[in-house]
Design a protein around this ligand. Structure first.
Ligand SMILES: [Zn+2]
Length: 230
């Protein structure tokens, strides 16, 4: 068994999309603060963290992209959707800022030698994280899905898909349409994953990415992990 961490670090003033709150982390309790009880001395370090529910590597809850008051919040989503069979499709050969068509999905599936099945998580390796992380291009120069390629995933009945970029479609209409298709067809997606290149050619594996149980949350940071059988 081999575990591959697909999760980005969370840190003070980390990058974010400006429509989401800033991430701050400051010491709250420190080891300078020594307490004493019945002659025993002890200190504890703790951190004060502020962030939005879409910080870093995260999953969207349906209520994020669906204004229907009955749309599921993150705490209402079944755990089964976060512990699934998974496959990785590779698009790292595409130039930056490419739009992925349904035909490209077919080709990538063929190249991976797998079949995308109902209830799968589909990890979309854009090669974007490795190319740009730590540079301004990380926020802007990614490839993404389109209405057609997102419908392709929806027609397979997947639970979710994930990308190694801050959005699943390029800024503008594609970004909106990918979210609209998720709303229309009833599935979701994860953003800001990494290490997806390590899953290329691995066939079927297990995906684990549980959200925090945030009451009424519109999404949640996750610790995303691939579980490969060697
Ligand atoms: Zn999203």
């Amino acid at each position: 068994m081999r575990l591959v961490d697909l999760t980005r670090d969370i840190y003070h003033k980390m990058d974010r999309i400006v429509t989401h709150p800033p991430i701050t982390m400051v010491p709250y309790g420190t080891h300078q603060e020594v307490r004493e009880a019945e002659g025993v001395k002890f200190s504890a370090a703790t951190t004060y963290i502020t962030m939005g529910d879409h910080a870093g590597t995260h999953v969207d809850a349906p209520c994020h992209f669906d204004p229907d008051p009955g749309a599921q919040t993150i705490d209402e989503m079944p755990l089964e959707q976060f512990f699934t069979e998974a496959v990785c499709l590779d698009f790292s050969h595409l130039p930056p800022k490419s739009d992925i068509t349904a035909e490209m999905m077919e080709e990538a599936e063929e190249a991976a030698g797998v079949k995308v099945q109902a209830k799968d998580t589909v990890l979309i390796n854009l090669g974007h994280h490795n190319r740009t992380y730590g540079t301004p291009a990380y926020m802007t120069d990614f490839s993404g899905l389109t209405r057609e390629s997102t419908e392709w995933l929806g027609n397979r009945g997947v639970y979710s898909f994930g990308v190694d970029a801050v959005m699943p479609g390029r800024p503008g209409k594609h970004q909106f349409e990918v979210h609209i298709v998720c709303r229309e067809m009833g599935f979701t997606h994860m953003e800001s994953l990494m290490n997806l290149d390590k899953l290329v050619g691995e066939g079927r594996f297990r995906f684990i990415g549980f959200p925090l149980k945030i009451r009424g949350g519109t999404g949640s940071p996750i610790r995303a992990v691939a579980w490969l059988n060697d």
